[in-house]
Design a protein around this ligand. Structure first.
Ligand code: ADP
Ligand code: MG
Length: 231
């Protein structure tokens, strides 16, 4: 197991947001995290990558305990994070957004990786010298994914990457995720059931901070997962 999450708990004040969440992610496999609004999906990803410390529980990455490691160390150990709402550097150019990560992570063969990112999202090459803030929302999302890839992650963690994005770019992002699948582990928070069904090797459904169902992606229909997601 590449990523092993055990009995993870998180709270905001007195409210429990994650309540004993456990699951594992195999090397190079894609796990979809599903659940209604407010289920705790973003909280789970933020706790995994170290935006806030876990209240309790453990996170093992490649056998190493990263539960209390600062977020930059988790990134260095292989967690690449694309937050909900993107958070690119809007005053830097597209190229600088990516170069900073290539340099900080001292990846081997940065030129090859840069080429791979641009061939995955050609628009980033076309907009290379433009300010990040000048890109459309969908282009910024592609940049956010490209930037996460620039750390050569072992686990690419995506929080609703197609939320609020124009349909033509949704397609490009879904194609990119399909393309990346099998080359690294992917942890995908996704509100579109159909897309999750089409890419997930495994799924986990959260409700009120608990895992209420999990299984193989291919059995999502048989498991009646859709019924758990309707309001
Ligand atoms: N910064 C915060 N402060 C207080 N409560 C929060 C905060 N962020 C999220 N919550 C609450 O925690 C629960 C889980 O939220 P979140 O993880 O954002 O859910 P999801 O991503 O599944 O929509 C919700 O009840 C939400 O209102
Ligand atoms: Mg969320």
């Amino acid at each position: 197991m590449l990523l092993n999450i055990s009995q993870l708990t998180q709270h905001y004040g007195s409210a429990l947001a994650l309540d004993g969440v456990s699951f594992g992610v195999e090397k190079d496999s894609c796990t979809a995290i599903l659940g209604r609004n407010g289920a705790g999906k973003t909280t789970l990803l933020q706790t995994l990558v170290g935006v806030m410390p876990a209240t309790s529980g453990t996170i093992l990455l490649d056998g190493q305990d990263v539960t209390t490691a600062p977020s930059h160390k988790r990134a260095r150990r292989g967690l690449g994070y694309v937050p909900q709402g993107r958070e690119i550097f809007s005053d830097l150019s597209v190229g600088q957004n990516i170069e900073i990560v290539l340099r900080n992570h001292r990846v081997s063969e940065p030129d090859t990786l840069r080429d791979e990112i641009v061939s995955l999202f050609p628009v980033l090459g076309e907009m290379w010298t433009r300010r990040g803030g000048d890109l459309s929302g969908g282009q910024q999302q592609q940049l956010a994914i490209g930037r996460a890839l620039a750390s050569r992650p072992k686990v690419l963690i995506l929080d609703e990457p197609t939320e609020g994005i124009q349909p033509s770019i949704v397609q490009a992002i879904e194609d990119a995720i399909r393309d990346l699948k099998g080359r690294m582990a992917i942890l995908l928070v996704e509100q579109y059931y159909e897309f999750a069904l089409s890419v997930a090797d495994d799924y986990v459904v959260l409700d009120r901070g608990r895992v209420v169902k999990s299984g193989r992606g291919a059995s999502m229909d048989a498991d009646d997962v859709a019924a758990l997601l309707t309001v």
